[in-house]
Design a protein around this ligand. Structure first.
Ligand SMILES: [Zn+2]
Length: 353
């Protein structure tokens, strides 16, 4: 079995001075934790905030890519860059963690297929078309109104070029209309690297049953996100009522801008501690979402995309990647076979890769 997490925001944490080679207190992902959790590989997302200009977006993605490559050089005894399934399998045999690269936000390619090709050549194997706002490629699920009414004319060229390159198209974060446009244009299966089921939690970031059926009919995979807000409407209400996240935004921004300042770091950790005191859904809620996808389209179209290091609060019992195994305990308890678990753990995603 190869356990793959298809989405974590760990590169951003490297810029916040986390040393992935050691066990960090107050962290969701580092190499020792991945080892303990039995996670053989993860896609590290080069996450670019939507507020950046196109030029800033490209520069930021390159900065994150450089930070990941440096980290891998410094930890060659623990982890290695992977670009396909066979290199990841070979790394697993050697006891090394595989780090794949994803680009989260197509704003980093500006309006240039040439930049898209460059990121592919640098090892990036999927691109999330947008994030929390529209860009040159398509509309986002977040704003109330769209800019393109789905995929833009340039976005159609991007889809065709990603198909040609063999780069996976990530439909997490894009608007429902853009999702259907991508399915119509793409000649290859597409992935939602970190999304949940809207039937179980009514959030725009989640996928409707109709979308999941269409994704699967096209051969694609939905990788379930661990963020409690996407897992459970009850928790979304608890979090909104608490006001902690709104209050924490400025504290987190101060930490991001000056990660070497111990006081700013401590202030952000205090916010995270406060969030952890809320009544959070159990990790078993993740398996509810897996069950739902399986009931719709079978076991060949679902996997796991934690969003760790991009989420400030986690499910109870799954606070970081070292606890990943609880999901498989729960799947086993619900009657999933070893073959089923192998597919969910990573087999389905690696099939597309
Ligand atoms: Zn995301």
């Amino acid at each position: 079995m190869f356990v793959l997490d298809s989405h974590c925001d760990t590169p951003s944490q490297i810029l916040r001075l986390r040393d992935l080679g050691k066990w960090n207190e107050h962290s969701q992902v580092d190499f020792p934790k991945m080892k303990k959790g039995g996670v053989d590989g993860a896609f590290f997302a080069l996450y670019v905030p939507s507020c950046m200009t196109p030029a800033e977006a490209t520069a930021h993605a390159v900065k994150l890519l450089a930070a990941v490559r440096d980290t891998l050089s410094e930890n060659a005894d623990k982890a290695v860059l992977a670009t396909d399934a066979s290199s990841a399998m070979a790394a697993q045999e050697k006891g090394l963690v595989s780090v794949f690269l994803g680009l989260e936000n197509g704003s980093a390619i500006q309006d240039s297929l040439s930049l898209l090709r460059l990121f592919y050549r640098m090892g990036v194997r999927y691109m999330t078309l947008t994030h929390s706002d529209h860009n040159a490629i398509c509309d986002s699920s977040a704003p109330a109104t769209g800019r393109w009414g789905g995929l833009s004319p340039f976005g159609r060229e991007v889809v065709a070029e990603m198909n040609r390159l063999g780069m996976l198209i990530d439909v997490s974060h894009i608007s429902d209309k853009a999702f259907y446009d991508v399915l119509e244009c793409s000649k290859k299966p597409v992935v939602a690297t970190h999304s949940c089921c809207r039937a179980l939690a009514n959030h725009k970031r989640n996928m409707t049953d109709d979308m999941i059926v269409a994704l699967a009919a096209n051969g694609g995979v939905i990788q379930i996100n661990f963020y409690p807000v996407f897992l459970d409407d009850g928790f979304a209400a608890i979090l909104a009522d608490s006001g902690i996240e709104a209050k924490g935004d400025s504290v987190e921004a101060a930490f991001i801008n000056d990660p070497a300042d111990p006081a700013k770091r401590a202030a952000w950790y205090a916010v995270e501690d406060e969030l952890a005191t809320l009544e959070r859904p159990s990790y078993k809620r993740i398996v509810d979402h897996i069950d739902h996808v399986v009931s719709l389209v079978g076991v060949d179209h679902v996997g796991l995309g934690s969003d760790f290091d991009g989420i400030s609060v986690t499910p109870a019992g799954l606070e970081d990647v070292s606890k990943f195994g609880v999901i498989f305990d729960e799947l086993r308890a619900r009657g999933y076979s070893s073959d089923d678990m192998e597919k969910i753990a990573g087999g389905n995603f690696l099939r597309l890769l």
